[in-house]
Design a protein around this ligand. Structure first.
Ligand code: GLA
Length: 389
């Protein structure tokens, strides 16, 4: 069966729901993070790529003071009155964007908004469907309001929407890559300075979705972030000006170990190690040293599992099976506690090697959990853009 592109589906859904065509539409991609996990909100580097799968938001004006939102996913029309406080469920992400745009003077305080959403980004798989939604919504609402923002500013609005309104204390990675991604490239983002660098990516990646779903807002994510902040507060006794865990010097690991009780010690060791690993990985990638790059992916997974404790047995099963079959690298991607594993199979692709990796993962997963995980080849995409309506 031929599935219509998300752009056409969003427009059609808008018309069918509201009886008029949308005025503006925009899309933004999901992402996979190659390496640099739980470093962004600690002021460290991340290295994501934008996916070909996108979320499309079609928008039009509505009744003043009201947000109406419909998504092909639940098919329900949500109606939210701004004066009633926070919106519920997924429309909270869009309401957050509306609120941020209002406080930035980009939308009138009572601007009525209608949106229809269609998406090819799976939800809860660690591919940042939420940033794809908030970034696409920001871009679409800008189109509606005839406003202009740079891609970085769009990422900023989307980030604050998730932070301030939805209450997920995420870092800047997801919105930044959704706004700035470039096909065929990974983006090195230094989260503290927001310096970025596009690095060509020629590897062959598989995505193994374990089917284990997490909800960021209720998962251990905010708890981990609080642990990192507690670690910084203690470390300031030794280094009063340390603002971010990621800036702690590698040469002072002994001091860090002595200063911190568990579990803060392990969390901090992960962040400091992952920061160094990610910068090294970016250099290797720039030099085309993919195989060595892959080894760092395994190290990163191990650190996430053992020190940051954000893995899950299903993720570990996949990584171990990929390793046994000779994949160059594999690790959980995104926040963890479920979701997907990224597997770097090699360079050439379609060789026997990749088939062996896939077979090994399927076998191990089936044996452990009685079902097969969904495995797909990663295709890269570009950042947010306006779409035809
Ligand atoms: C989530 C957050 C990101 C980042 C990752 C973990 O995806 O939204 O900002 O912190 O988890 O690396």
């Amino acid at each position: 069966m031929l599935v219509k592109p998300a752009r056409a589906r969003a427009s059609a859904l808008f018309r069918a729901t509201f009886g008029v065509p949308p005025v503006a539409a925009a899309s933004a991609p999901g992402r996979v993070n190659l390496i640099g996990e739980h470093t962004d909100y600690n002021g460290g580097p991340v290295l994501p790529i934008a996916l070909a799968q996108r979320t499309v938001v079609a928008a039009g004006p509505g009744e003043p003071g009201v947000l109406e939102a419909v998504s092909e996913r639940d098919g329900r029309v949500w109606r939210h009155l701004y004066k009633e406080g926070r919106a519920a469920d997924w429309p909270a992400y869009v309401a957050g964007v509306v609120a941020e745009m209002q406080s930035a003077g980009l939308l009138a305080w009572d601007a009525g908004v209608r949106v229809a959403v269609a998406s090819d980004v799976p939800v809860g798989a660690g591919l940042s469907s939420s940033a794809a939604l908030t970034v696409a919504a920001t871009r679409a609402l800008l189109g509606l309001a005839r406003g202009r923002l740079t891609p970085r500013q769009i990422a900023g609005v989307a980030y604050r929407a998730e932070h301030n309104y939805v209450g997920v204390r995420c870092g800047v990675m997801d919105q930044t890559i959704a706004a700035l991604g470039k096909p065929g490239h990974a983006l090195l983002i230094e989260s503290a300075s927001l310096e970025t660098k596009q690095i060509p990516f020629h590897g062959r990646l598989l995505l193994v979705d374990t089917g284990v779903r997490h909800d960021l807002a209720v998962s251990a994510f905010n708890q981990r972030r609080a642990e990192c902040e507690a670690a910084v507060a203690r470390l300031q006794l030794d280094l009063p000006e340390v603002m971010w865990l990621a800036t702690w010097p590698m040469s002072w690991l002994g001091r860090l170990r002595r200063a911190l009780p568990q579990p803060l010690r392990n969390r901090a060791l992960h962040v400091v190690g992952e920061t160094a690993r990610t910068r090294f990985a970016a250099q290797l990638l720039a030099r085309g040293r993919l195989q060595r790059f892959g080894e760092l992916l395994y190290e990163s997974h191990e650190s996430c599992r053992r020190l940051y404790e954000c893995s899950a047995p299903e993720l570990d099963t996949v990584v171990a099976a990929a390793k046994r079959a000779g994949a160059w690298g594999a690790r959980l991607t995104g926040a963890g506690w479920g979701g997907a594993v990224l597997v770097l199979t090699g360079k050439g692709n379609r060789e026997k090697g990749e088939a062996a990796v896939v077979a090994s993962i399927r076998r191990a997963f089936l044996k452990a959990y009685g079902r097969e995980p969904a495995i797909s080849v990663v295709r890269t995409g570009g950042g947010a853009r306006a779409e035809r309506v």
